[in-house]
Design a protein around this ligand. Structure first.
Ligand code: MN
Length: 259
């Protein structure tokens, strides 16, 4: 991924952004070292999408909630985050190598629709939520299932199971202007040509608009935030050599090989 291309939104240093609100912008202090801005290519645009935060919703398809041991009819949505640099961009038409991570013996796929925000705010209404969506992508919420469950069983944070390096493969972002919004349509994942996950986006318990509204009650959403919108049932393990093929109707396929 290039770090030299222009991004869609300004990415001022955080301290500078706070200072600018109070006083005329002072000269920016130099940082000790440079950190690359994580970006995702945008279809049809020269600018890339700069990633600010990665939110993920849990158990957002009823059959998947049941397979994870919960009752989907009574639970409000819940969210977790992945670090921004968990992004692994995968170009359409390629099969990217994805490294089997350390510490797990039960590494799972979760295919998900990803919504990318161009703006945000607090307490966004469900009715206006989609106005903040810049575009959509196909993503994988890769999961060390054994560690997620082990930590959950001990009532400890499950970050080690969800929020590790390269845990967020994603394809390019397609602007809403090109593809519209995604509220229905097929979503599937195959392993070595065998379909494992196969559902439609209509099976989401909480729509993308509802997720944005709910998230904005807990966090101020901003341009650059992306939301992994949950996975259907039939998640499962991979081993080295497996090839995953993710499909969402209206977007190009995303494929990785576990190495
Ligand atoms: Mn997920």
């Amino acid at each position: 991924m290039s770090t030299s291309r222009r991004t869609l939104f300004g990415t001022a240093a955080l301290a500078g952004a706070a200072a600018a609100a109070a006083a005329p912008a002072p000269a920016q202090a130099a940082t000790l070292f440079n950190l690359p801005q994580v970006t995702i290519p945008v279809v049809g645009m020269a600018e890339t999408f700069p990633v600010r935060r990665i939110y993920c919703i849990g158990r957002n398809y009823a059959a998947h909630a049941r397979e994870m041991g919960s009752d989907p009819t009574r639970e409000p949505p819940f969210f977790f985050q992945k670090p921004t640099d968990a992004i692994q961009f995968v170009a359409p038409g390629t099969v990217a190598d994805h490294a089997y991570p350390t510490l797990t013996r039960n590494y799972h796929y979760e295919v998900e629709l990803v919504a990318a925000l161009k703006s945000g705010g607090r307490n966004i209404s469900r009715e206006r939520a989609l106005e903040h969506v810049f575009g959509y992508a196909v993503g994988l919420d890769m999961t060390r299932r054994d560690l997620q469950r082990f930590m959950g069983d001990q009532k400890k944070p499950w970050e080690i199971g969800k929020s590790f390096d390269s845990s967020a493969p994603i394809g390019p972002i397609h602007p809403v202007a090109r593809v519209g919004h995604f509220t229905k349509g097929a979503i599937s994942l195959a392993v070595n040509g065998v379909v494992k996950q196969n559902a439609t986006l209509e099976h989401m318990i909480w729509s993308v608009a509802e997720q944005i509204a709910q998230l904005s009650e807990a966090f101020e959403l901003r341009a650059g935030d992306i939301i992994y919108s949950g996975t259907p049932e039939n998640v499962g393990p991979v081993v080295k050599g497996d090839v995953l093929l993710c499909k969402i109707a209206g977007l190009p396929d995303l494929s990785v090989k576990i190495v």
